[in-house]
Ligand binder design. Structure first.
Ligand SMILES: [Zn+2]
Length: 309
């Protein structure tokens, strides 16, 4: 069995999901809710709503992504204006590989078989979705800046090697870019990306985000944990990419409001959670994503995109 440490992580993810099921803060809990909903959706509903979400023009495709630090602070704190804008769909992937006999039922939400992944991405392209960068998303959320038609953001968590070997060339076929949330403890380990791969992804126009050192739950940080889990790994990613790291993703999608000032103090402009409702005071630090499940057909994914955002 190859993915030993990854399997442990998946087991941890499943446990976290079980612990928090009633609050719908767990990754697995949230994604299974959307699976059920998807089966009742119709193609007509998908077609009707998917083309009319966030504001758009195709010419915006050519617009360079704005630097989030140039946007006035007041815009970032205007929660009502941010919440009033339609949400851009954001997908979250983990492993892209074929299932093995040892993969648990719950783990398969986080492991998308290669053919299924390629079919999901092809569906996005065939449906006219355009991938956007987190800087474009931030400008849209804070100022209403225009986005390309049918915008979507693709995110990959946890540094798995197949994100480089499988996802990257697949996305390249369609001119798609993505955001990679890197957990630095794994860099260079077997079955995980190396620093050189992360650098290459960044150089090729993808954006690298911080995802802690070793995936500890942000809600439990005390004292030095902020240094270990946030400061040092973020500095490592900045050294690797040569760029400032502006975005963070919560391990397990779990957050509390105490984390917001800590993240802001460290220069992050936004943070990504999972399917749970956004914080009403700080929507930029609870940007929603859905896990694109390994069980989902392209059609189910499309229905979930429409229904969840
Ligand atoms: Zn993660």
């Amino acid at each position: 069995m190859k993915f030993t440490s990854a399997s442990l992580l998946l087991a941890a993810l499943s446990l976290a999901a079980c612990d928090t099921k009633t609050a719908t803060t767990g990754e697995a809990a949230s994604s299974s809710v959307t699976v059920e909903k998807a089966d009742t959706a119709t193609d007509a509903a998908a077609a009707e709503t998917s083309g009319t979400r966030a504001t758009s023009t195709d010419e915006a495709n050519a617009t360079p992504a704005p630097d989030p630090t140039t946007i006035p602070a007041g815009k970032a704190t205007d929660a009502a204006a941010i919440l009033a804008r339609p949400q851009v769909p954001i997908l979250c992937y983990h492993q892209i590989r074929d299932w093995t006999a040892r993969d648990s039922k719950g783990a398969k939400d986080y492991i998308v078989p290669i053919a299924a992944f390629k079919a999901q991405i092809k569906m996005l392209a065939d449906s006219g979705y355009h991938t956007i960068s987190p800087d474009q998303l931030y400008a849209y959320m804070t100022t209403g800046a225009k986005l390309p038609s049918k915008p979507i953001m693709l995110t990959f968590d946890d540094t798995d090697l197949d994100q480089f070997t499988i996802a990257r060339p697949t996305l390249d076929q369609y001119g798609y870019k993505a955001m990679y949330f890197v957990m630095t403890v794994s860099l260079g380990r077997p079955h995980y990306m190396t620093k050189a791969m992360v650098k290459q992804l960044s150089d090729e126009g993808n954006v690298i985000g911080s995802h802690t050192w070793d995936h500890h739950n942000v809600k439990k940080y005390q004292g030095k944990d902020w240094e270990t889990q946030i400061d040092k790994p973020t500095k490592t990613l900045e050294e690797i990419t040569g760029k400032k790291i502006n975005y963070f993703a919560y391990p397990f999608g779990l957050w509390n409001t105490q984390a917001f000032p800590e993240l802001k103090k460290r220069g992050f402009v936004a943070a990504f959670s999972l399917a749970e409702k956004r914080d009403q005071q700080d929507p930029l630090f609870t940007i929603r994503r859905i896990i694109a499940s390994g069980y989902w057909s392209p059609k189910t994914l499309r229905n979930n995109i429409v229904q969840s955002f």
